[in-house]
Ligand binder design. Structure first.
Ligand code: F6R
Length: 604
């Protein structure tokens, strides 16, 4: 949801900003822009459309200077256009600002500034920041920024450039991500670490509302009380090519193939002979009366699988909520509850709000998060990292399956604490979890041609229905989301038994139904629902580990490997990710950057 980058040093700023924006484009891609200071004035160049439109615009006329800021946008306030793109100038063009987040009181501030003679060039909330800076400017940048900060409400990661500040720019964040990269005689800001990994591995992360002054020789950070603070430097162990496609046609395909390795990292040292060790998390399953899981999109679908697993093995009542609902529905949560917030990015606005609501209600909060030191990770009482590495494709793949792996670990740990799982069952599942990476790796290779073949046959479909029961239904939800978000085929997931209560009226000759029948306890029941749609003319792709049991009722099959039944959603996910990928490829979709979407959703 918008990416920002900044640079100051001895090298021309523009190429470094464009390079960083290329690695941040997944966060938003409807327009982009840069502002570069040449020591006398600030030059802004921006363009509607993908980054290459900006590159075209600056080719041969790259703004000169060694200090600048850049932005790639996912529109919230104001349509994608040149005018609404960032950076935004102040009225007299002395300031330029890039922003990720939302200024909630921007209409009031627009009125405040209009009354004082300011006029606006864009429809954005961000332009308010540039104008306020000009309004408060008194020659002292720190004072000016603090006055502006005291006036705005909402979330922000900001990069600020002023014409009088030769080689220096400013940054500040609240509820939006921002890292400061430390180089040799050069320094950076970015919305995330991979954006500037080719230049540095040393980072500091500013706390909420701290102001950072960034020059080539150093970075000074001031807290809310304007005191200088010493920040801890972290060294990233991500590989420099973490944000490269590595020979794959798309990041999504690369990330599908990275799943076995990512799951291995998530589980390998957490299953020990003495039980499941969830890092330094101190949780006692015996003391938890009820679990709430709150998340959005695919993370919610992972939570739905987790609910079945936890209830089955740990016997703790587990409620699953969309984070956007949880935050407003006045849930009955107390200090005997555990709230689990699941988020790949760790910055999803609704999930963060659900976390804060759970804490307000005195629940302990455990976050299952991928991005290290992200806001959700920092605000939770405990964090279980999924260790998937950077996920660049907008449609999540390894982010989702590592969330499943983390939830299996959590469920097993709680089940052991509560002594609700027989030792043999515990041993069977832990050993299957340990074998997941190897089995998944072989499965992805094996199912890839089948997914390509099926995509070649069914890509012209207008609609698709994914059905299943229990955790297969949760897997169906994720399969449908994957297909619709990248191929733009209308896809719905239904609890298989529910279809006949209305939706079956949509089934006609050649309607595409993906019937997931992996759970042996529910296979017969799902099979009867598959028969119902088939008898009405549907074309059925069956997804199962027992082909003989269902093949007579299916037109095609995707065969899952034999594993513990609780783990089949991981394999179903991989099969359906590949199916969605090849369908989208056949339809000519922009797979890594589907329309209207962005990677992390930092607005409500
Ligand atoms: C779908 C997808 C989204 C995210 C959702 C939550 O492929 O990626 O549905 O799962 O926006 O994002 P995080 O996990 O970052 O909170």
């Amino acid at each position: 949801m918008c990416g920002i980058v900044g640079y100051t040093g001895k090298r021309p700023a523009a190429p470094i900003l464009i390079d960083g924006l290329g690695r941040l484009e997944y966060r938003g891609y409807d327009s982009s822009g840069i502002a570069v200071s040449d020591g006398k004035k600030v030059n802004v160049i921006k363009a509607k459309g993908r980054l290459f439109e900006l590159e075209k615009r600056i080719s041969g006329a790259s703004p000169e200077g060694f200090c600048g800021i850049g932005h790639t946008r996912w529109a919230t306030h104001g349509k994608p256009s040149d005018e609404n793109s960032h950076p935004h100038y102040s009225r007299d063009k002395s300031f330029a600002v890039v922003h990720n987040g939302i200024i909630e009181n921007y209409l009031d501030l627009r009125e405040f500034l209009t009354e004082r003679g300011f006029t606006f060039r864009s429809e954005t909330d961000t332009e308010i920041v540039a104008m306020l800076l000009e309004y408060y400017y008194n020659g002292n940048m720190l004072e000016t920024i603090i006055k502006m900060r005291n006036k705005i409400k909402g979330s922000y990661a900001l990069g600020i450039l002023h014409e009088n500040e030769n080689g220096v720019f400013y940054a500040m964040r609240k509820d939006s991500p921002l890292v400061i990269g430390l180089g040799e005689n050069e320094n950076f800001i970015a919305s995330d670490i991979p954006a500037v990994l080719p230049y540095t591995r040393r980072f500091i992360i500013p706390d909420e509302q701290e102001v950072a002054v960034i020059s080539p020789d150093g970075v000074t950070v001031y807290n809310r009380n304007r005191e200088q603070v010493n920040k801890q430097i972290t060294v990233s162990d991500l590989s420099a090519d973490a944000a490269e496609k590595d020979g794959f046609a798309h990041f999504m395909l690369k990330e599908i193939y990275e799943q076995p390795g990512a799951i291995k990292k998530t589980v390998h040292d957490r299953i020990t002979p003495d039980g499941i060790k969830l890092d330094r998390i101190k949780l006692d399953g015996k003391k938890i009366r009820k679990i709430f899981i709150a998340a959005c999109g695919s993370a919610y679908h992972a939570g739905a699988v987790g609910k079945y697993f936890i209830e089955k093995y740990a016997r703790i009542e587990t409620e699953i909520d969309l984070a956007s609902e949880f935050r407003y529905r006045d849930p009955i949560v107390g200090d005997d509850c555990l709230t689990v917030i699941i988020s790949q990015s760790g910055e999803t606005a609704d999930s963060l709000a659900a976390l804060r609501e759970a804490k307000r209600l005195k629940s302990r909060v455990l976050a299952i998060v991928n991005v290290v030191d992200s806001i959700i990770a920092r605000e939770a009482d405990d964090v279980l990292y999924t260790r998937a590495g950077p996920e660049i494709a907008v449609a999540t793949t390894k982010g989702y399956t590592t969330q499943l792996a983390a939830l299996y670990l959590l469920g097993l740990k709680l089940a052991r604490d509560r002594e609700t799982i027989p030792q043999s069952e515990y041993d069977g599942i832990t050993s299957a979890v340990e074998k997941l990476p190897e089995l998944l790796s072989a499965f992805i290779d094996e199912v890839n041609p089948a997914a390509q073949y099926l995509a070649g046959k069914y890509y012209p479909a207008n609609d698709a229905y994914f059905i299943g029961r229990g955790a297969d239904w949760s897997a169906a939800l994720e399969g449908a989301l994957k297909l619709k978000e990248i191929s733009y085929i209308h896809a719905e997931a239904y609890a298989a038994g529910e279809l006949k209560h209305g939706t079956i009226s949509l089934i006609e000759k050649n309607s595409l139904v993906i019937g997931i029948a992996a759970d042996p306890a529910l296979r017969e029941k799902t099979l009867s629902n598959i028969k119902e749609v088939r008898s009405r003319g549907a074309a059925v792709i069956g997804v199962t580990d027992s082909p003989d049991a269902i093949k007579a009722e299916c037109d095609e099959l995707m065969v899952l490997p034999a594993t513990h039944p609780a783990l089949t959603p991981v394999f179903t996910a991989a099969a359906l990710q590949l199916f969605a990928y090849y369908v989208a490829a056949a339809r000519g979709g922009d797979i890594d950057k589907p329309r209207n979407l962005a990677k992390s959703v930092t607005v409500e």
